[in-house]
Structures are given as structure tokens and as C-alpha cells.
Design a protein around this ligand. Sequence first.
Ligand code: PLP
Length: 400
Amino acid sequence: DDFLSKTLARVKPSPTIAVSNLAAELKAAGKDVIGLGAGEPDFDTPQNIKNAGIAAITAGKTKYTAVDGIAELKSAICAKLKRDNNLSYVNAQVTVATGGKQILYNALMATMNPGDEVIIPAPYWVSYPDMVLLAGGTPVAVEAGIETGFKMTPAQLEAAITPKTKWLIFNSPSNPTGAGYSAEELKGLTDVLLRHPHVWVMTDDMYEHLVFDDFKFATPAEVEPKLYARTLTCNGVSKAYAMTGWRIGYAAGPQPLIAAMRKIQSQSTSNPCSVSQWAAVEALNGPQDFLAVNNATFLRRRNLVVEMLNSAEGITCPTPDGAFYVYPNIAGCLGKTTPAGTKITDDQVFATALLEETGVAVVFGAAFGLSPNFRVSYATSDTNLIEACTRIQTFCAALS
Ligand code: PLP
């Protein structure tokens, strides 16, 4: 243990991996397991994007590229930010990395000093607080519960800001809740930030294109142009384009920050995969109509899951605006006992018992910083979802 870095002691092992491991063990033992844990679309990467990757291989575009991305991809990103978000950037303000994850990691490594605080609304994507800790900063979680639709209020943000606050990490639509902030709700938060010029905003727009009903996506620098000089707008092709395995994420922001992020990347991974970059050019520049087709499928599944979970005894499931997750509350199940005799004391016990007794794998809420809840990813077939939700209903009805 002495051999390992003391930095590791600051970071928790991923609680979501514990659930996946148990699910895999049960599956290997022959149990009929339905996994609702995966954070990736079950759709295939569109053919035109695959073809662009194949063409890149054939053309020999298989060598090192510029550390933080080829010019063609940076130009496609600038065009996308103008088209979708009305944000003007030039290539030098853009950086490309191996997934949205590396973008966030680079940004935190490039900016954290000991004592620096980062405000993270909870429930949050599991990696935010641990990345802040790895980079030597201090995560400050702000609980945004079911009462406010899992959204942080301006008053909560105001109360969390201290002289040491460096970043607010903002994520809408959210993983794990699917909650999206309207432009008006977001304006409430950006107004607070205007009063605190030392606080920057790192916005994780990964689920921008996965939105439903009449929800309109908004991003901080668009809603409040005065924040342009202290906003890092992060995004990627993983979720919307079903490209999780290609590993391409990107960000746009102030040039000195982008240069610092490039420096970190130059001494760690160098360029993101050359072939994937060409595929991402096609993803951003090519036809976008499949997005609406995929969203129609996600919408149908969302409605199915929300309705079935709300019919389960003791569960309340809000209807999200986007992404492919729901985050039901299980307050009505706490204190009860499962058929196998487990007393449900918290959401981790609930999720473990649900997996062991019914074969349905979900991620417990404590992993995302807000309990008592669990996260369901509905990026799987209707058949799986109906079967899983039926099992959850039966499980809840049998609690005593
Ligand atoms: N941000 C959020 C909110 C996510 O849910 C994910 C993936 O789960 C990422 C970033 C990372 O995406 P990528 O696969 O591009 O690294």
C-alpha cells in the first residue's frame, strides 16, 4: 500500500461498478438478469458515420494528429456550436479529447489548486466529485431533491458560493435524473454567477440532443453572453450519435484554459484516435435526422417506464425532460421487508435485494449523491423494460 500514490486515498472506487460486478456474477451463475445500469444508447452508430471511419482507415489517416484535434473536426465543432447554441468560437478556442470524460478531467487537472472548491448539484454524474478530488480540489455537493425536480435553485447556488469557489459544474439534461433546466431556470443561476465574477462554469452538455416533448435545450454562455469569458462548454458525440466506443469529446472556452488543457493531454494521452476524429467530423457535419427517430424511441420507452414505475407500490417516478434515465424515489419502500427477509434500510439495500431477488440491476441513488432513489437507464428494448418494470412492481407489492 505504501507503494501507491496518496492521491488514490482521496478517491472512492466506483459504486456503479460494484452493481455491474454483482449483476455479471449472477448472470454467469445462470440467473436471468436484466441490466438497467448501462449509460449508453442501445442503437448502432449511424452507417454514414461508420463509413467515414472506414474511409479514414483506407486513406491512411491512422497516424498521430495534432494533440487536441484535427482542424477539420475543430471547424465542425465551431459550426455546431454556432448552429445549435448560437455561440461563436474559433478553432484555437476548441479542444478535442478521448471522450467527454477526458475533457472534464483535463479541465479540472488544469485548474485545481489545493483548497479550490467546485460546486456540484446532486444528484450528479458519479465522476464529477472524484475527478475534483483526484485533481486536488474540494467538491461541494448541493442537494437538489425531488421537490425542485432535481434542479438546484438560484438561492442554493448563492448559498454554496465562497471566496474559494472556482467552478460550478452544470449538467442539463442530467445524468442520473434526466432533468433539464429551461432557459429561464438557467437564467436564474447565471444571474447568481454574474454577481460572483470569480466563479467559472463548466457545462456538461452531453445530453443536449436527447430531449423530449417541448423541452428546449439551453446552455449557460448562450443564456448569459456575459459569462462567455468564464464558461467551458463541454460536449461530445458519445450519447447522441451512439458513439460511446469511439471516444470523442470536446470543449470550447477561453484560449488560455484550452491551451492548459492541451498541455495536460500532450503529456498524458496525446491525440484522441485519428479514425474516430474523422468519424466525428461526419457525425457533426452530416445529416442529423436520425436524432429525431432515436428520440421517438426513447420517448416511448420513457413514458412506458415512468408509468409502470409510478404504478409500483412505494415508488414515485418524476417524468424527465431528457437523457435516457429516470430517477425514481423509494421513500415508500423504506422500513419494509422483502420476501427473502431483507429489511430495506436505504437505497443500496433496495438495489441489492432487487437484483438478488428479481434479477433486475439498477444503480442505487447514494452513488449519485441523493437518496433514497435509484437510477434506471431505459436505453434497452421495450421487452426488457416491460419485464424489468413488472418484476419491480411484483417486488414492491410483496414488501411487508
Ligand atoms: N458526462 C455525462 C453527464 C455522462 O453521463 C457521461 C457518460 O456517461 C460523460 C460525460 C462521458 O462521456 P464519454 O463517454 O464521452 O467520456
